[in-house]
Write a protein that binds this ligand. Sequence first.
Ligand SMILES: Cc1cc2nc3c(=O)[nH]c(=O)nc-3n(C[C@H](O)[C@H](O)[C@H](O)COP(=O)(O)OP(=O)(O)OC[C@H]3O[C@@H](n4cnc5c(N)ncnc54)[C@H](O)[C@@H]3O)c2cc1C
Length: 377
Amino acid sequence: MDARVSGVDSCDVAVVGGSLAGAAAAAALARAGARVVVLEKARFPRPKVCGCFLSHEALPILRRMGMDEELRKENPETIVRFTLVQSTGGRVEANLPAPVLSISRHRLDALAAQAAERAGARMRFGATVVAVEGDLKSGFLLKGQGWELASRAVVGAWGRYSPLDRRLERTFISRKPSLFGFGKTLTGKSDHLANRAVLHFFEGGYVGISRVEGGLVNLAALASRRVVHEAHDDLEGLLTRLSGRSVSLARDLEGLTAVPGAALISEPVSLGTHGALAGDVLCVGDAAGVIDPYTGIGMSLALLTGDAVAASLAAFLAGTLDAKSLRQEHLRRHREIAGRRFFTSRLFRPFFSGGALSRLIHPAAAPLARWAAKVTR
Ligand SMILES: Cc1cc2nc3c(=O)[nH]c(=O)nc-3n(C[C@H](O)[C@H](O)[C@H](O)COP(=O)(O)OP(=O)(O)OC[C@H]3O[C@@H](n4cnc5c(N)ncnc54)[C@H](O)[C@@H]3O)c2cc1C
């Protein structure tokens, strides 16, 4: 579908960003009878930097979106065990509290967007929103290159970092982001990775590896600005150097080659809550806050918070909830879903930063690792 809108088109709710949070919000709103337009700057399917670890909390939302069958057909990997490895070789292994699915964002995001469209949302790909003006009282005007869209409400699902954050004067944007994600898809002999996810720590970050659908292997890393800077953006070279320093990483990557194409680098990663409101825009998923990727629950939070925005927004559209109550209800629901998880993930962050505490990774720490995996979700 084309992004170009001549004159001013209108809808009840405009959703900015059509990935997981946006698709979940759009599907739930459309099911509730709202006229929804999703504006997504990319054209799907597209790759994305992510560990691809889809935790079980997301499954009821995916079921509601009618994605069960399609997900099964993709044949995602089921992950039951995780391993944390120090560059010096120390390692800890434990079972996950519940099995999780591992599927590429290339496939998952496309399926989620299709589900939103099936539910009745209008998807516009290749539509970058450059400005959002207005409020819940008088309505919104969204602007892109050569088009405008009027809506009564806006859901912000634009992810971890967007020029819109600056335009909306969000306070987190003044914090200098210290982390970046990068990723690659690998192919080859991957039996040694069956049903497990591995995090390899290095000074300044970690590399996560797991199989996804079709026996492909997903590699996603989180690294400090310093590491990325020193690598001069040569992420392939960085990976080679890290493998040279870690026998375990080299062993996990043995027999695997990169699928053609450059390594992906993510938007800056600014960990922590960003606020579930940007003016009167109701933010969901990473746009409301970025949870530490080591938890493997960012995607679930995106789906849960996206889905949750629909009930109160539907009441607002029906006139049974005023703007002030909608804002309060949205903040309350967001806190209920994400508040504790952000708190606990922050507590364990020093162990997962590749710094001194990551050196505590040791077989004797297995009960602690199991416990951390449980309480951060
Ligand atoms: C290295 C790394 C590893 C991770 N590993 C995991 C993991 O294993 N498991 C897990 O659950 N989570 C993981 N995460 C977190 C996960 O990727 C995010 O939590 C999740 O993608 C959030 O989904 P979202 O829909 O909120 O945002 P996104 O998936 O970022 O989607 C935002 C969408 O908005 C669009 N957009 C942005 N700006 C505009 C605009 N102006 N106009 C129109 N469209 C716009 C973008 O194109 C994008 O499609 C990881 C993150 C990193 C950095």
